[in-house]
Design a protein around this ligand. Structure first.
Ligand SMILES: [Ca+2]
Ligand SMILES: [Ca+2]
Ligand SMILES: [Ca+2]
Length: 223
C-alpha cells in the first residue's frame, strides 16, 4: 500500500503533461496605437484620418500595415473597389488539428454597410456580426477543417478582408492566429523546497501506515 501511494505521488509529479497554445501575432495589442480599451468606445471619427502606426508597422508587408489606423489605408465612406487588407502568417509547419483566428477590431460591420468578404487561404468565412460605431470588440473564430488542411499543405495562412462592396470604416488593433495542438511535456523538476515537502509528506504517510498496521495487529490480538 505504501509503495502504491509513493508510486502515485511520484508519477503525478514526473509525468504531468501541460497543454499550451502557440500564437502568431500580426500587429500589437496597444489599443489601436493610442491605448483604446477592449470592448469599449473608441474616439475615431475618420476625419481627420487617424494613423497611430509605428514606423515598423507602416513599413510592414504582412498586414501590420493595416493595424492601428482607422480606415487610413482604405479611406473614405464609400465602396472601396479593390480595397483588401491582407494578413499573412508564415512558417506554420504542418501538424495543425485545431486552431483559431482572433481579431481586435474597431466598429467592424460585416454586413450593415455592404458585405465585407473574408477568406482564409481562399476559403470564404461566415462573418455575420456588426459591432456598431464606436465599439471596439475582439472576435475569435475556430478554424474549419478545410482551412486547417490548407495550412498543413501550404505552411501558411493568408487572411483577406475585402471591403470592395462595403462602405464601412474600421480599425484593427491586431490579428492573431492560435495553434491549440501544441502539447508540451513538462519534466517538472521539483525545487529543493518541494523536495523537502515531498520527503516530509512521504514520511508522514509512512508513519500513518505503520500506525494503521499496529492498530490492526492490536485489534486482532484483543478479539
Ligand atoms: Ca486591444
Ligand atoms: Ca502599434
Ligand atoms: Ca495595435
Amino acid at each position: 500500500m505504501r509503495k502504491f501511494i509513493l508510486a502515485c505521488g511520484v508519477a503525478a509529479i514526473f509525468t504531468s503533461v501541460q497543454s499550451s497554445a502557440a500564437t502568431y501575432m500580426i500587429g500589437d495589442n496597444d489599443g489601436f496605437g493610442v491605448g483604446v480599451s477592449d470592448n469599449a468606445d473608441h474616439p475615431f471619427t475618420g476625419l481627420p484620418p487617424y494613423d497611430n502606426r509605428s514606423a515598423a508597422e507602416k513599413a510592414a508587408m504582412n498586414g501590420a500595415q493595416y493595424t492601428d489606423t482607422y480606415s487610413t489605408t482604405q479611406p473614405g465612406y464609400s465602396p472601396q473597389a479593390g480595397a483588401i487588407a491582407t494578413f499573412i502568417f508564415t512558417n506554420l509547419g504542418s501538424g495543425w488539428t485545431q486552431g483559431a483566428m482572433t481579431f481586435d477590431l474597431a466598429d467592424f460591420q460585416a454586413s450593415t454597410f455592404g458585405a465585407t468578404v473574408v477568406t482564409y487561404n481562399g476559403f470564404v468565412q461566415n462573418w455575420a456580426f456588426n459591432d456598431g460605431y464606436p465599439k471596439t470588440a475582439i472576435h475569435s473564430f475556430d478554424l474549419q477543417q478545410n482551412v486547417l488542411n490548407s495550412i498543413n499543405s501550404l505552411g501558411s495562412l493568408t487572411v483577406k478582408i475585402d471591403r470592395s462592396a462595403s462602405t464601412d470604416f474600421y480599425g484593427f488593433d491586431y490579428a492573431m492566429l492560435t495553434d491549440y495542438n501544441i502539447v508540451t511535456p513538462m519534466p517538472a523538476v521539483p525545487e529543493p523546497a518541494t523536495w523537502a515537502m515531498m520527503i516530509l509528506g512521504f514520511g508522514v504517510v509512512g508513519h500513518l501506515l505503520r500506525r494503521g498496521k499496529s492498530h490492526v495487529r492490536t485489534a486482532i490480538r484483543f478479539t
